[in-house]
Design a binder for this molecule. Structure first.
Ligand SMILES: Nc1nc2c(ncn2[C@@H]2O[C@H](COP(=O)(O)OP(=O)(O)OP(=O)(O)O)[C@@H](O)[C@H]2O)c(=O)[nH]1
Ligand SMILES: [Mg+2]
Ligand SMILES: [Zn+2]
Length: 335
């Protein structure tokens, strides 16, 4: 345990302060492992268990959550998770159609990809939908610029699918682009990093922190894939009151869940054409007078982008149909 901590540096603002019950002790979850959490409080870092009664009634705390802790020193329990302002959620890879929240209460999502590997646009589109759905603002961070054959050309291909999201190229190794990223942070602001294993998330955390606070490991020389070095989601306070970074393990699967609206926002170029289709519910397949098909034929939109959009849209729709079916089955069971 350490001395007094200024929770404003950890992102506490009036909004958070107003949500705390009178007399309760406030903290922010820094890391979760096996039901126990490292929680930073005004009295320093504590190790808090989950209140089993609360845990059965509500959602489990995740890194970034604001929580109330109760109980005597060194036997603290998390008694309440405060409402989240933003959350990154994916479909639970183990259990289909269950939402898994990866992180909470960040201001910016940084989608990280290394310029040492191919940059398939579909992967960005999927992450852009997830980031947009989180409620935070988004930035794409192309790392390892020092390893890129042509960083500007790669950035241009990513910008083509990024819409209004900024694309930064940086090199943690050479310290390039870090100031631009720092200028988006600042006191109490949290940047959550997501991206494939080996893309350089933890290296970026270390560069921002100016110290080796996170473990990193070399990618496989054959295909430059990562080795899943980071195993827990961890919130790191940057020096000089420079805000916070939330490091996450590289994700293999990123299934979308309840992301309909975010999907239409990320693909608003296609949606714009779609308003001109003859049928209001046009699926942009074989329907007559489809403005999207017409736009791909005239070369105004990339047909592969339309294919990727339709695949994501179908994924989201299928999940919604299954959810409705489950709800119907459950209500029949009750009757
Ligand atoms: N040349 C170069 N290498 C980098 C840069 N950033 C990261 N790397 C290297 O890329 C490898 C993987 O970096 P990590 O930071 O461990 O990747 P990660 O995204 O945290 O990976 P996981 O924790 O497995 O998800 C390491 O060998 C880093 O040294 C960079 O800017 N330039
Ligand atoms: Mg890592
Ligand atoms: Zn259409």
């Amino acid at each position: 345990m350490s001395g007094a901590t200024d929770l404003r540096r950890w992102g506490c603002d009036d909004h958070v302060a107003a949500a705390v019950e009178p007399g309760a002790r406030l903290g922010r979850v820094v890391q979760v492992d096996r039901g126990e959490c490292d929680v930073v409080t005004a009295q320093g870092m504590v190790r808090a268990g989950s209140d089993s009664v609360r845990a059965q009634a509500e959602t489990a705390p995740v890194t970034g959550d604001w929580v109330q802790v109760s109980g005597p020193p060194s036997a603290e329990l998390i008694s309440r998770v405060l409402p989240r302002t933003t959350a990154l959620a994916r479909r639970d890879p183990a259990e289909r159609d269950i939402e898994q929240v990866l992180a909470a209460n960040f201001d910016i999502v940084g989608i990280v990809a290394g310029l040492d590997r191919p940059l398939p646009p579909g992967r960005f589109e999927r992450m852009l939908v997830m980031a947009r759905d989180s409620g935070a603002s988004t930035v794409i961070l192309l790392t390892k610029a020092d390893r890129a054959a042509d960083a500007a050309a790669s950035a241009a291909t990513v910008r083509a699918v990024a819409g209004d999201v900024d694309v930064l190229t940086l090199s943690a190794r050479r310290g390039v682009g870090l100031d631009d990223l720092r200028s988006r942070l600042g006191s109490g602001r949290t940047l959550a990093l997501v991206g494939a294993s080996g893309s350089g998330k933890s290296t970026l955390v270390n560069a921002l922190a100016g110290a080796e606070v996170a473990a990193t490991a070399q990618v496989r020389p054959t295909d430059r894939r990562g080795r899943h070095t980071t195993v827990a989601r961890r919130l790191v306070l940057l020096p000089g009151d420079g805000g916070l970074v939330l490091d996450t393990p590289g994700v293999r699967a990123l299934g979308l869940i309840d992301a309909q609206e975010a999907l239409t926002r990320v693909f608003d170029d296609i949606e714009d054409y779609g308003r001109e289709c003859r049928f209001a519910d046009c699926a942009h397949g074989a329907e007559p007078d489809c403005a999207v098909t017409a736009a791909t034929e005239s070369g105004e939109i990339d047909p592969r982008r339309v294919e990727r959009f339709i695949a994501l849209r179908d994924e989201v729709e299928q999940q919604q149909i299954r959810e409705q079916q489950r709800a119907r089955t459950a209500s029949r069971g009750r009757r």
